[in-house]
Design a binder for this molecule. Structure first.
Ligand SMILES: O=C(O)CCC(=O)C(=O)O
Length: 266
């Protein structure tokens, strides 16, 4: 495991990730925690999740709070937060669409691991490579509560790696094969609540189980360059939102700052 962690947006293209400290302040993070606690208090008994390569109904878990942004204005507002978008713009350019989001909450003691994977190969309705995930720490995160880990530079050339079953109790049920040398090069993205990391949609990443006595909650917001990435909105499972810049595509919902947010749609 490498201790160095990239905080230079100019090195994002080569490293495949970058950390930005203090994107959200204490009050903003406290508000996110309160909203999250409200959602956790209303978890259904069952959830449909994409696991082992298919959609399945499973017992609900807080790791599976997928796509809160079309349903709850709080999370959609967060996805167009100026400091979040500034970080995204620094790596993807000025024309940005929001394509997905996911609250991944690992409870204290039994939070699921996330096996090594690439994001892009799961998203068949999205074509292109200029795609990043903002991973917002809602709780402080470190090795003991299952922080994100990235294997730098593995996005180079955008290889589409085959997935194999993990056969285990992890979040996705699938992984890609990784050598011990690659694993030794992984970086732990330890960060205080309010910081964000950005990772490329092809870079290998994952996280260990949370066996600590502390929760590890994160909000992942996924963005693409509106001009170089095409989303097939007929196939895509959530609306696509224009959050910054320009694009000539009437399939996308315009929520650039100053616009009203749409009514929650499901
Ligand atoms: O939150 C985690 O531990 C994993 C996140 C992840 O895989 C992702 O954001 O793509």
């Amino acid at each position: 495991m490498i201790d160095y962690c990239n905080t230079d947006p100019n090195a994002y293209a080569s490293e495949g990730y970058c950390l930005f400290h203090k994107a959200l302040n204490k009050e903003e993070i406290a508000a996110a925690r309160a909203e999250l606690d409200r959602l956790l208090g209303n978890l259904p008994q069952k959830q449909v999740v994409y696991k082992d390569g298919e959609n399945k109904e499973v017992d609900a878990r807080p790791e599976y709070l997928t796509e809160p942004h079309p349903k709850y204005p709080f999370w959609l507002e967060l996805c167009r937060h100026p400091r979040v978008l500034d970080a995204v713009e620094s790596v993807l350019g000025a024309n940005l669409i929001l394509i997905m989001s996911h609250l991944i909450v690992k409870r204290a003691s039994d939070g699921l691991s996330v096996a090594w994977h690439q994001d892009n190969t799961y998203w068949h309705s999205v074509k292109g490579t200029d795609i990043t995930t903002v991973w917002l720490a809602i709780d402080d995160t470190d090795r003991s509560n299952g922080c994100m880990q990235v294997i730098p530079c593995t996005h180079e050339g955008y290889p589409e790696l085959d997935k194999v079953s993990t056969g285990g109790q992890d979040l996705l049920g699938l992984t890609v094969e990784v050598t011990s040398e690659m694993e030794a090069a992984a970086v732990c993205l330890e960060m205080p609540a309010g910081s964000v990391s950005l990772h490329d949609s092809f870079v290998l990443h994952g996280s260990d189980a949370n066996t600590s006595g502390r929760r590890r909650a994160a909000y992942t917001m996924r963005y693409a360059n509106a001009k170089t990435v095409a989303v097939d909105t007929a196939q895509h499972w959530v609306p696509v939102y224009l959050v910054r810049g320009e694009i000539d595509n009437t399939d996308y919902i315009d929520i650039r700052p100053g616009r009203n947010l749409p009514e929650p749609n499901f």
